[in-house]
Design a protein around this ligand. Structure first.
Ligand code: NCD
Ligand code: ZN
Ligand code: ZN
Length: 422
């Protein structure tokens, strides 16, 4: 047996940060107490740093198979460990889309290269296109964490309705990239004065909100657990608030970038500000923050979307949609929300551990006796600059490069194994 004793932790335990020691035996947490003086193979003095459950991100893109020049499961998962994450949900917009038993099994095999726990979404429809539903029952049986066509909206209401019924029947979750493909209309930036100033084709807010309104009604009718990916609009927050009040089984995520940036921050033609959904207005951003603080929005997810340099330096019109996020999420959220007293550290940790785990029924996101030793040690007082060269991800496409932040990840453990150390 291998034992690790962590001394002098500021431990996030039972929804509070407390002074504590913690003992790991092999892959499990076996003791949590004021003072543990057991002999151990390794003793780590946490020196009053934060010891948190490994962070949970239900929305990442690891690009393998098919686009390994952007990211691989190995580089993506190492980047996640660098960001303090120990459990992630990988979206199925890889090539080929794992929309059948063989490709899904192959995807699960590939995911074994992950240094953290990489769970797999299955697509809602074949090849994430409109016409035909994927073999939902088979893919659920193989262990799909949930179903999503992320990257594309599901335009056809009948397709969505049927998908919801079948996903509900297997007791799974439907995570929706809510976007009407016709209203999206090949835009590249949020509709408004900034789009006009730059003369770029725009994405209307109604691309998100009209499909969301439809889906909420369908979710009410079917009872499926309907989860909204990367919410971006003020009206979207209102719709979800109303739906929750009406008892509809809806949950929702928001990304750090939609909380921290608006279209007014976009540097002309810098595609590190190009993603889908686009950065919206200051008004939308404020309402997303309100929605996060009042519980309308349930969790933070990064939508980590790595691309190669030459796919992102083509200006706003031609570059790919998406930015990396998994290595900067905690430091950015901690610096801009906790340090500024918009929320407590405990609130932020809930949004990045317990809440996503609970909502997707994952055994993750909580430090407790008997749980897997999935932990991260974070120095909250350490400030540093976000630098390209510090990314482990193959993707360097971040609008946050150059920003000064607090909250440096020092070590990350998965099942008692150190998967990142500074
Ligand atoms: N967010 C993005 O802009 N891009 C994502 C797809 C998605 O999340 O919709 C990608 O796969 O690159
Ligand atoms: Zn999406
Ligand atoms: Zn995505």
């Amino acid at each position: 047996m291998t034992t690790i004793l962590i001394k002098n932790a500021n431990l996030f335990y039972a929804k509070q940060v407390i002074k504590s020691d913690l003992l790991i035996e092999d892959d499990k947490i076996t003791q949590i107490a004021d003072e543990i003086n057991e002999r151990a193979d390794k003793i780590i003095d946490a020196d009053n740093k934060l010891v948190a459950p490994g962070l949970v991100d239900v929305h990442v893109h690891f690009r393998e198979p098919g686009q390994v020049h952007k990211e691989t499961i190995l580089t993506g998962s190492k980047a996640a460990a660098h960001g303090g994450f120990t459990t992630v949900g990988a979206m199925p917009n890889v090539i080929p889309v794992p929309d059948n038993v063989d490709d899904f099994k192959n995807q699960l095999e590939l995911n074994k290269q992950s240094v953290i726990k990489t769970l797999q979404y299955a697509p809602v429809t074949m090849n994430e296109t409109e016409d035909k539903l994927s073999p939902i029952e088979d893919l659920a049986k193989l262990g799909a964490m949930a179903f999503s066509n992320d990257g594309h909206g599901i335009n056809n209401a009948k397709t969505m309705f049927d998908a919801m019924l079948r996903i509900k029947a297997v007791n799974s979750h439907l995570a929706a990239h809510v976007e009407d493909q016709n209203l999206f209309n090949k835009g590249v930036i949020n509709a408004g004065p900034v789009a006009e100033e730059f003369g770029l084709p725009a994405i209307e807010r109604v691309a998100e909100t009209s499909q969301l309104a439809r889906d909420l009604i369908l979710a009410k009718e079917t009872g499926v657990h309907y989860h909204v990916c990367h919410l971006s609009t003020a009206d979207g927050v209102k719709l979800i608030r109303m739906a929750k009040d009406a008892g509809i089984n809806v949950t929702c995520e928001v990304t750090p970038h939609h909380l921290l940036l608006s279209d007014s921050n976009i540097i002309k033609d810098d595609a590190n500000y190009k993603m889908n959904p686009p950065l919206r207005s200051e008004n939308d951003r404020r309402d997303l923050i309100d929605g996060l603080l009042d519980g309308t929005i349930d969790m933070i997810a990064t939508d980590h979307a790595p691309h190669a340099e030459n796919e992102k330096n083509q200006g706003f019109l031609k570059s790919a949609f998406g930015i990396t996020g998994i290595e900067t999420s905690f430091p950015l959220m901690y610096s801009r929300f906790v340090k500024t007293s918009l929320m407590s550290l405990e609130q932020l940790l809930e949004l990045m551990t317990n809440k996503p785990a609970q909502i997707f029924n994952l055994s993750a996101g909580e430090i407790k006796i008997g749980a897997d030793a999935d932990l991260t040690i974070i120095d909250l007082n350490k400030s540093f600059e976000i630098k390209k060269e510090d990314f482990i991800s193959k993707g360097m496409n971040s609008p946050f490069i150059g920003q000064e932040v607090y909250g440096q990840i020092q070590k990350t453990f998965v099942k008692g194994q150190e998967v990142y150390s500074i």
